[in-house]
Design a protein around this ligand. Structure first.
Ligand code: ZN
Length: 140
């Protein structure tokens, strides 16, 4: 056994439990449906810096769509500390992040949602910046 703590246990902070409003998720699904068969991308915003609830979707005008994994033109990203992560759709039933997705997550988001086809409450997942599956609680 090693006496060294692994990187993941270095932090003594309690793990944050992030939430998202149902309304925001529904907007994500609607945006994904209207972009289909292309991908759509956006940013996740919380309305209150003291609250860990994602309540707004910010669509990025420069988002590249296409059947390949898309990549956000992140220079479009506003400098805004209420932005907590990214969201994009997959026009397939696969909601696993691609290598390109993982790179994007690592650079830009604490919370990263992938909405997979058919874009329902059962076809999305959330990942942290390292690409690990995380729990995101849906609130009304
Ligand atoms: Zn992707």
């Amino acid at each position: 056994m090693s006496l060294f703590k692994s990187r993941s246990t270095e932090s003594s902070k309690p793990k944050k439990l992030w939430k998202i409003t149902r309304q925001c998720l529904e907007l994500i699904f609607e945006s994904a449906k209207s972009s289909f068969p292309n991908e759509f991308g956006g940013l996740l915003r919380r309305s209150d810096l003291l609250d860990d609830t994602i309540s707004e979707l910010v669509l990025l005008p420069g988002t590249v769509g296409g059947d390949r994994h898309a990549i956000f033109r992140m220079h479009m990203k506003p400098i805004d500390y209420s932005i907590v992560g990214t969201v994009h759709s997959h026009p397939s039933t696969n909601f696993s992040p691609s290598d390109a997705d993982r790179q994007m997550f690592a650079r830009y988001g604490k919370i990263n949602i992938i909405a997979a086809y058919p874009y329902t409450m059962n076809s999305w997942r959330a990942y942290d910046g390292a690409g690990n599956l995380i729990e995101l609680i849906v609130v009304d």
